[in-house]
Design a protein around this ligand. Structure first.
Ligand code: NAI
Ligand code: MG
Length: 363
């Protein structure tokens, strides 16, 4: 078999870090099937060139030809631009990538002492909440304005993301158990745990439905008996995440909260440039660094490529290539632990290319 991966660098540092991830995938040689990379267009620049942020062609090729994809980052303007809408939000919808899975971990890197020790996975619902982008604005009789945003929460979307979270907790539990049996040191010693993040003390209807639906996933079966279930209001989630991130294993959240807490969690491990993600559905997976297009550093070859390289590893392991994926992660950890080649976000002086070369050398 051969692999076909759609590569969508999009804008800003996406165009610097995605090629880095591709170089690492290419270096795996025969340990993965022969891989063809298909360059695809999307983004703000594409919108300005051709009037569409997400060309139909891109969606068509992803759907009909690709086994998976990698997305870089898009520069979405902060003001409304007629005809423009974020292509990453649209892609998640078109491909039904209903889960955004974001592992945030520092425990595999022994030398990384300055950061919090934590090893958690944030599972973010990816298709609804406020990101349905149904907004209205009207003018009051006195000339002042009123804006309203609709927030959609459905039991279907909430239970499937809940199920994804419990499955991930179960798998992590099994992996830790296997490591323990093999005599390896395991960082987390408790039972697997899912924390439901919500604000249903205030938004009892929408967040209430999210909470109920996720709870019902565990309560409706024996399968997750070994997984603990806890809840955390989103504001105290932020607080506790910064004070004692080590207490979290898997956290599941509606779209907006998940977006916000995962950027926050990235700070715990030292940089947004380290945190990978996959957008996952039942039939398709797309790797994507958690960060955006970073206009403040674009074009300088100093963006940290690790988030993107780790996203490629996540993509591989979800496609079933677990061993080559762990080789990538081990190479990245070695580079971080050695501390010789680090980009400026981690206090180093190395370039995107230097760090990528260093990873390739240790692969
Ligand atoms: P950002 O994530 O692009 O940058 C935030 C900060 O982190 C900046 O100081 C940046 O330099 C730094 N940073 C991010 N990635 C880095 C990396 N790999 N290496 C080193 N430093 C890194 O968020 P910001 O600045 O709020 O947004 C910029 C643009 O990105 C906006 O147009 C926004 O809409 C878009 N964006 C796109 C996302 C996506 O494509 N999924 C996600 C978040 C934002
Ligand atoms: Mg974000």
């Amino acid at each position: 078999t051969a692999l076909k991966l759609g590569m969508i660098p999009a804008d800003g540092i996406g165009k610097e870090v995605l090629p880095a991830a591709q170089r690492v995938l290419e270096a795996l040689g025969s340990s993965i099937p022969k891989t063809t990379f298909i360059p695809l267009q999307a983004g703000w620049e594409e919108f300005n060139r051709n009037g569409k942020a997400l060309p139909d062609e891109t969606v068509k090729i992803l759907k009909e030809e690709c086994d998976g994809a990698m997305f870089g980052s898009v520069s979405s303007p902060s003001h409304k631009v007629a005809g423009y809408s974020s292509p990453i939000v649209a892609l998640r919808k078109h491909l039904d990538l209903y889960a955004n899975v974001r592992p945030v971990s520092s425990v595999s890197i022994p030398n990384q002492k300055s950061y919090h020790q934590c090893d958690m996975v944030i599972v973010r619902e990816n298709t609804e909440c406020l990101y349905i982008k149904k907004e209205e604005i009207s003018t009051n009789p006195d000339g002042s304005k009123k804006a309203i945003a609709y927030r959609q929460i459905t039991s279907n979307a909430s239970s499937r993301i809940g199920k994804m979270a419990f499955e991930i907790a179960l798998r992590r539990g099994a992996e830790r158990e296997a490591a323990r049996k093999a005599g390896k040191e395991v960082w987390w010693n408790g039972e697997p745990k899912v924390t439901i993040v919500h604000k249903s003390n205030v938004l009892s209807v929408t967040d209430g439905l999210f909470r109920e639906s996720v709870r019902a996933v565990k309560e409706g079966t024996d399968r997750y008996n070994g997984v603990k279930m806890e809840e955390q209001l989103v504001d105290s989630m932020v607080y506790r995440m910064f004070r004692e991130p080590e207490i979290f294993d898997v956290a599941v959240a509606p779209n907006l909260y998940g977006d916000i807490i995962s950027d926050g969690a990235a700070a715990l491990v030292g940089s947004l440039g380290l945190v990978p993600s996959i957008n996952a559905g039942d039939d398709f997976v797309m790797g994507e660094p958690v960060h955006g297009s970073a206009p403040d550093i674009e074009g300088q070859n100093i963006a940290n490529p690790i988030a993107s390289i780790r996203s490629a590893a996540l993509l591989l392991s979800s496609l079933g290539y677990v061993e080559p994926a762990s080789r990538i992660n081990a190479a990245v950890d070695t580079v971080l632990a050695e501390g010789e080649y680090l980009t400026p976000d981690l206090g180093g002086k190395s370039s995107t290319t230097d760090v990528t070369d260093a990873v390739l050398k240790r692969l």
